[in-house]
Design a protein around this ligand. Structure first.
Ligand code: UDP
Length: 461
């Protein structure tokens, strides 16, 4: 048996870097050497966010490479980002692998590449250099076979050649799998048809490239999406990946997440009382909607921990209803970024108002927290379907006729979730137990991860 060495390549966005850092720690703990490749831009942010703490950890080496964009360019412009990556990264990645493997003279060679599905094009480089190919799928497992089925969906008249809806409004890939909304598939971007087309074609190109992969790993667990794993047994669930929480290791936050004031404030709140509101790293609110949300949270009168990123809405600091922060006083905390995994594990949490990004979904599930779902784009709608219709551990926020979710709706949904008695809390607790069991010794994800590592070691001998 040799020592496997994995080059790990996330798509350069927060929701991709965090789970792949988690995976790196899990693999390093099992004896795998790791070279983690971030873009220079993101690496700089992570190091700055860590402050005095160290990014370096045993067996995990960090390498940063240019993303092909100018320093001041907008990294949230997916089209430009993808163009920049394609232009600059292939040659540099090849260099990183070659240099490492020549220098190491036989030992410590990079033996496999674990590419985020959003970077699956890079597997071509791995293949060329004789490095084994693995893909990490960062969404719910149910969406992986959806992507491989797009040619069939087009043939069946469900979507058109550009990924836009054509036939029925919903469909199901197989019995027991979640119902998918044709107009809200993972390439859905609210407002821009051009961007949506680009994402559709980019995802499909990457999906074709995943054919090179001998393993497709995903941050889910067998018991959470059983019908999907029966339908697509080639997807290997190894989650929930929450090593940062378990072992206190850095997971690559772009914003400083150490806000001890918010954790000590949580300590002071009654058990099961706090409404936690966070919409991940990219979601943006229209100012009117932001105000309406603030009013709804105020009306509810419950303790509140709200993550308001500096770019959550236009002129964020002036966007609150007048006097909002004074009225909130000690009843609430507003932070620009939270240590979310720790927050969700805190006993004072009552519920999570979430955009339903997959990482947030897994983190909520793993902690038995019920959801109020507010998806905006991409895979968030599929995750909402899972949360509300399949696992039944949350409720949906429903926009009114104006397209705005009103403050009255927000506060009444909160009451319904927290005081209603339709078994949501009990089901959330059951899911939490299942999630924990899957990562314990002999649990399904624990075993899958070991199977993967053993395979990497065996053929590396
Ligand atoms: N997150 C965090 N603090 C915050 C908000 C988010 O640590 O205040 C983390 C969260 O724990 C999750 C990630 O950022 O791991 C967001 O990923 P997700 O897939 O939920 O959403 P995305 O940012 O990709 O839309």
């Amino acid at each position: 048996m040799g020592i496997p060495h994995a080059l790990i390549l996330p798509f350069p966005a927060q929701g991709h870097v965090i789970p792949l850092m988690e995976l790196s720690h899990c693999l390093a703990d099992r004896g795998v050497e790791i070279t983690f490749v971030n873009t220079e831009f993101n690496h700089g942010r992570i190091v700055a966010a860590l402050g005095k703490h160290e990014l370096k950890s045993d067996r995990v080496r960090h390498v940063s490479v240019p993303d092909g964009l100018a320093p001041d360019e907008d990294r949230n412009n997916v089209g430009r980002l993808v163009e920049g990556l394609h232009k600059s990264m292939p040659t540099i990645l090849e260099e990183v692998i070659r240099q490492n493997n020549e220098k190491s003279g036989g030992s410590n060679k990079i033996t496999c590449m674990i590419a985020d599905q959003g970077m699956a094009w890079a597997l071509e480089i791995a293949e060329k250099l004789g490095v084994r190919c693995v893909v990490f799928w960062p969404m719910c497992a149910a969406l992986f076979p959806l992507l491989t089925s797009t040619p069939k969906l087009i043939d069946d008249g469900i979507i058109d050649e550009e990924g836009f809806p054509k036939g029925p409004s919903t469909f199901q890939l197989s019995d027991g799998m979640p119902l998918m909304e044709t107009a809200r598939l993972p390439w859905y971007i609210n407002g821009s048809r051009e961007a949506q087309k680009l994402v559709f074609h980019y995802m499909n190109a990457n999906s074709r490239a995943t054919k090179k992969a001998e393993f497709i790993l995903c941050n889910s667990f067998q018991e959470l999406e059983s019908p999907t794993f029966n339908y697509a047994p080639y997807v290997l669930p190894i989650g929930p990946l929450l090593t940062g929480l378990r072992l206190g290791k850095p997971v690559g936050h772009f914003w400083p997440s150490e806000d001890t004031t918010c954790m000590s404030w949580l300590d002071e709140q009654p058990k099961n009382s706090v409404v936690y509101v966070a919409f991940g790293s990219l979601t943006i609110f229209d100012q009117n909607q932001f105000r309406e949300l603030a009013l709804g949270l105020e009306t509810s009168g419950r303790p509140l921990l709200w993550v308001v990123r500096p770019d959550l809405t236009e002129n964020t600091s002036d966007a609150y209803p007048s006097g909002f922060k004074d009225r909130l006083g000690r009843r609430g905390r507003i932070v620009s970024w939270s240590p979310q995994q720790e927050v969700l594990a805190h006993p004072s949490l009552a519920c999570f108002i979430s955009h339903c990004g997959w990482n947030s979904t897994m983190e909520g599930v793993r902690n038995g927290v019920p959801f109020l779902c507010w998806p905006h784009f991409g895979d968030q709608f599929a995750n909402q379907t899972y949360i509300c219709d399949v696992w039944r551990v949350g409720l949906k926020m429903v926009p009114g006729e104006s397209g705005i979710v009103t403050s009255e709706h927000i506060s009444s949904r909160l009451e319904e979730l927290l005081l209603g008695d339709d078994g949501i809390m009990a089901r959330a607790r059951t899911l939490k137990e299942m999630a924990n069991r899957s990562m314990e010794k002999e649990g399904s994800s624990f075993k899958n991860l070991n199977t993967f590592v053993e395979a990497m070691k065996r053929e590396n001998a």
